[in-house]
Design a protein. Sequence first.
Length: 395
Amino acid sequence: MNIVYYCGLFPKLSESFVLNEIYELDRRGHNVAVFAVNNPKENLQHDELVELDIDVSYADDLSLKGLKNCASGNFVSPAGWKSSFMSSKPLISFYEAFLGCQFANFIDDLNFEPDHVHGHFVSSDKLGGLYGAKSKNCSFSVAVHAIDIFTSDNHDIKTKVLNESDRVVSASEYNKEYILENYEFETPIDVVYATSSFEKFSNIKRNVCNGRILTVGRLVEKKGIKYGLKAFKELLEEGYDHLEYHIVGEGELRDELEENIKEIDLMDNVTLLGKVSDEKLMREYSEAEIFLLPCVIAENGDRDAMPVVLKEAMSVGIPCISTDISAIPELIEDGNNGLLSTPRDIDSLKKDIKTLLEDEKKKQELGKRGRERVENISIEQEIDKLITSFQKAKS
């Protein structure tokens, strides 16, 4: 197939699942191109991005020059205007029409004729993707994830995007049920798990540092990291003084977490590693004895669906502890291939960490079964589902 991705940000480290999809589609011989509204310009890159050789273009800022360029191209396409001016907010409508005409011009300049356009996250910028796709008679699908559907802002715009798309791709069964209950639309939905190429993780040789606990994720409320820190602090006070806690990731709570670590005197045992290279991430996975992701539902309703980092850790064979919210129980069966704590419950987290620290047999069993679980949701299998969804969107 000839597939164009329409992204808000590309490439974004915290959205590695987008890059993983594109990389696998390209590896299989599909023609793939990317149009993105913004380049996050992050210093670190995934290995897959270095290996990709595809067309990537970014939108111009809104300006008189940009409007002139659009006016000389696709800006007045009737089909595009119809798709773009769906919003009750005129400024959003105008800006998305502006993005859409640039996207349509990008499609014209490609060396292949697109079969399908795909976007990730239901947000206002997808109106631009719909504008460009419809103006070129391309089918359009959108993938729903977490913050885009679990928060209440711009509900009318999100509903319009869901309605105007030819297909919706959900990252989990939980997400599917949630959007069916909270949004009014009739677009068919397919469930395709956001995933990675786990081969590179499953080939990691374990070199475990006893007592090393690892968290990987953005430093935001829904990751529940502050509860992990509280549980960790109480474990140290109970005599587990050999423990160390590594946290990989960046985010808006970085300063708050640093201050928290100082306040509760954890500087000698907790390391905030920030963004790391793929090589460094592999080393952290290799050395971790326990993987911890104490997810919560944030005050604004945002939550994780089925975090890719859990799947990565499970593919390495690290026993995982998370919480029983959203789609995480679709991945982890408590006591069988991981442990699920109660969100925000420090005692529950401590109990599960102690189980893995004190029961070597249990720890090994959970790591082994976790790895087996992830083998059943390989990127090869999920991309097969995604391609089928694209083909259905065209029919």
